[in-house]
Design a protein around this ligand. Structure first.
Ligand SMILES: Cc1cc2nc3c(=O)[nH]c(=O)nc-3n(C[C@H](O)[C@H](O)[C@H](O)COP(=O)(O)OP(=O)(O)OC[C@H]3O[C@@H](n4cnc5c(N)ncnc54)[C@H](O)[C@@H]3O)c2cc1C
Length: 223
C-alpha cells in the first residue's frame, strides 16, 4: 500500500526528488516530489507482510514522517494540504503468481511485479507488459490463446521476476534495521562504486543480489 498527499506553498526546488530512509517509515522510505509553483506530494508505502510483521499503521507513519522528519517539516512550514491523503494497494509477490489462464494474461500490479525493495511499480509493469505483448502476438498468430498456448509467458515472466523478488525481499528485511541503512548511506557517500551500485538498485537497473557478492559486501563493511 502506498499513500500520498499533495500540498501547496511547499519550500523546495522544483523537480527535486527526495527519498528519506528513517526510523519512522523503515523498511519503506518517505518521499517528497517537488513540482512547479510550490506544489509537492508527500508519501510513503509499506508492503502488507511488513505491515503485519511490524503491526504498523501506514497513515500514522505518513503523519510521523511529515511532522518529525526535519526536511519534510521544514518544506511544509508554510504549506497547506490541497488533497486528502489517498492511497492504493499494490503487490510485490510476482514469484507466487500464475500470470496466465485461458484468454487471460496478467501484467504489472495485477501480477505482483512491484519491486519488493523500492516499491517502484511503473518500470516492472512496463517490462511485464512488453513480455506479455510478445507472447500474446505469438499465441494469436498460432490461434491458441488457451492456458497451454500462453504458458510460455508464465515461464518468461518467472525467469524475469523470481530471483529479483526473492533477493529484494531479503534486502528489504535488512532495511528494517536503522544501523544497516546508516552504514549503507555512509558507504554510498564515501565509495563511488558502492554508491553507483545502490543507485542502480534504486532505479531498478541492478539486482540487490549485487550487494551479496563478496566485493560489494566488503565495500559495505569497510571503513
Ligand atoms: C501513492 C503511490 C505512489 C506511487 N509512486 C510510485 C513511484 O514513484 N514510482 C513507481 O515506479 N511506482 C509508484 N507507484 C506504483 C505504481 O503506481 C504502480 O506500480 C503502477 O501504476 C502499476 O501499473 P499498472 O499498469 O500495473 O496498474 P495501474 O497503473 O493501476 O493501471 C491499471 C488501470 O486499470 C484500470 N482499471 C481497473 N479496473 C478496471 C476495469 N474493470 N476496467 C477497465 N479498467 C480498469 C485502472 O483505472 C487503472 O487505470 C505508486 C503507487 C502509489 C499508490
Amino acid at each position: 500500500m502506498a499513500l500520498r498527499q499533495y500540498y501547496s506553498n511547499v519550500v523546495g526546488e522544483p523537480g527535486l526528488f527526495e527519498l528519506h530512509w528513517e526510523k519512522s517509515v523503515l523498511p519503506a522510505y518517505g518521499f517528497i516530489f517537488h513540482m512547479n509553483d510550490g506544489i509537492a506530494v508527500f508519501g510513503t508505502g509499506m508492503f502488507r507482510k511488513d505491515q503485519q510483521r511490524l503491526k504498523a499503521n501506514i497513515q500514522e507513519r505518513l503523519t510521523t514522517f511529515m511532522t518529525q522528519n526535519p526536511f519534510a517539516r521544514d518544506a511544509l512550514r508554510k504549506a497547506q494540504a490541497i488533497s486528502p491523503v489517498a492511497g492504493h494497494p499494490y503487490r510485490d509477490d510476482a514469484e507466487l503468481v500464475k500470470p496466465y489462464a485461458d484468454n487471460l494474461m496478467l501484467v504489472g500490479d495485477a501480477a505482483g511485479t512491484g519491486h519488493p525493495m523500492t516499491g517502484e511499480g511503473i518500470g516492472p509493469a512496463m517490462v511485464s507488459a512488453e513480455l506479455a505483448a510478445r507472447y500474446a502476438v505469438e499465441a494469436l498468430q498460432k490461434g491458441d490463446v488457451s492456458e497451454s498456448g500462453l504458458a510460455g509467458y508464465g515461464l518468461a515472466f518467472h525467469k524475469q521476476f523470481d530471483s529479483l523478488h526473492k533477493i529484494s525481499q531479503l534486502a528489504r528485511n535488512a532495511l528494517t534495521f536503522p544501523w544497516v541503512v546508516d552504514r549503507t548511506v555512509r558507504r554510498c557517500a564515501k565509495d563511488p562504486v558502492f554508491g553507483a551500485a545502490m543507485a542502480g538498485i534504486l532505479a531498478g537497473m541492478v539486482s540487490p543480489g549485487e550487494m551479496l557478492k563478496p566485493g560489494m559486501a566488503l565495500r559495505l563493511l569497510a571503513g
